[in-house]
Design a binder for this molecule. Structure first.
Ligand code: SF4
Length: 307
């Protein structure tokens, strides 16, 4: 499978078949907590980065042979709404099986554009992010492409909430000493009250090895923030435990996380991601091309390790 990964047991969506419709780290932001490392080329150009027809063929072949996942989820190592073919792919899924649920994990930056909103309105759950309202903190956390602002993002998400047929769940990623001050949380709450999402989800780092200068916030602090967000329906989705390796997708962050602990052969990695060999190989190739990992021949075979 080139564009699909999983299905994985997702914390938020149950059994979720992932769809990745972008080359790795094609994004409008360069978040400091991103699992995929630095993105030096933030980009606002929406185009068909990978052909929608190829993705549709793969989804169709999967659904013909397998039981339906709870969700087909657009996610991966970039911003899925940057692919202008996303609407065509969602339409295919919904026409193929109107009961098949579709979710989109988006950073919300392009939702001010009515054409882009129109492409994703048939999704059952759209999950945009909002990490900051103050321009300074937004710049610090999200390192956006030129021309983006928190105000535009908030307005875009609010419009989406009015137009969407399904639910809108807004994720707030909390980073201690950056966006957890009373002042910033107050601004985020105010913006969320304006958006009126179906849910607010609080998240924090659960892979400290990937971002050595950042730390996660405690579960106790997250619970206090949850109370602070009332009357908004808010849940804490961060997990104090690591996810079960067997259920992980071979997303670039997961591969880097494993390699940061121990160099591994392709066979070692295949044992961790048993159902995703072709996607695993694609990510390894992309990580090599972007100089994040190298191969080294050792006694037991060829090892992948961090550069
Ligand atoms: S929006 Fe997602 S993919 Fe893009 S930089 Fe931020 S965390 Fe990474």
């Amino acid at each position: 499978m080139k564009y699909l990964f999983g299905p994985v047991n997702s914390r938020r969506l149950g059994v979720s078949l992932g769809v990745d419709i972008l080359p790795m780290k094609t994004c409008t932001l360069d978040c400091i907590y991103c699992e995929c490392g630095r993105n030096s080329q933030v980009n606002l150009e929406a185009k068909e980065y990978v052909p929608a027809d190829d993705v549709i063929k793969e989804i169709s072949a999967y659904l013909d042979k397998n039981s339906n996942p709870d969700f087909i989820t657009f996610s991966g190592g970039g911003e899925p709404t940057l692919n202008s073919g996303i609407g065509k792919i969602i339409d295919f899924i919904k026409n193929y099986n109107p009961k098949q649920k579709v979710a989109i994990i988006t950073n919300g930056t392009l939702l001010g554009n009515p054409e882009i909103r129109a492409r994703i309105l048939r999704a059952d759950i759209i999950m945009p992010s909002l990490d900051a309202v103050s321009p300074k903190i937004f710049e610090k956390i999200n390192r956006p492409a030129e021309g983006l602002s928190p105000e535009k993002i908030i307005n875009g998400i609010a419009l989406l909430k009015k137009e969407a047929k399904g639910e809108v769940w807004v994720e707030v990623f909390i980073l201690p000493d950056i966006n957890d001050t009373l002042e910033e949380l107050g601004l985020i709450r105010e913006a969320l009250l304006k958006i009126s999402p179906d849910r607010v989800q609080l998240n924090t780092l659960d892979r400290p090895a990937l971002a050595k200068t950042l730390r996660s916030i405690s579960m106790g602090e997250l619970s206090k923030i949850k109370e602070f967000m009332e009357p908004l329906y808010t849940e804490v989705i961060a997990s104090p435990k690591m996810v079960n390796m067997k259920s992980m997708s071979p997303a670039c962050g997961n591969i880097l996380q494993i390699l940061s602990r121990r160099p591994s052969t392709l066979e070692d990695l295949k044992a961790l991601f048993p159902s995703n060999e072709s996607v695993l190989k694609r990510y390894l190739q992309e990580l090599e091309n972007s100089d994040k990992i190298v191969r080294k021949l050792e006694k037991r075979g060829e090892f992948y390790k961090l550069k």
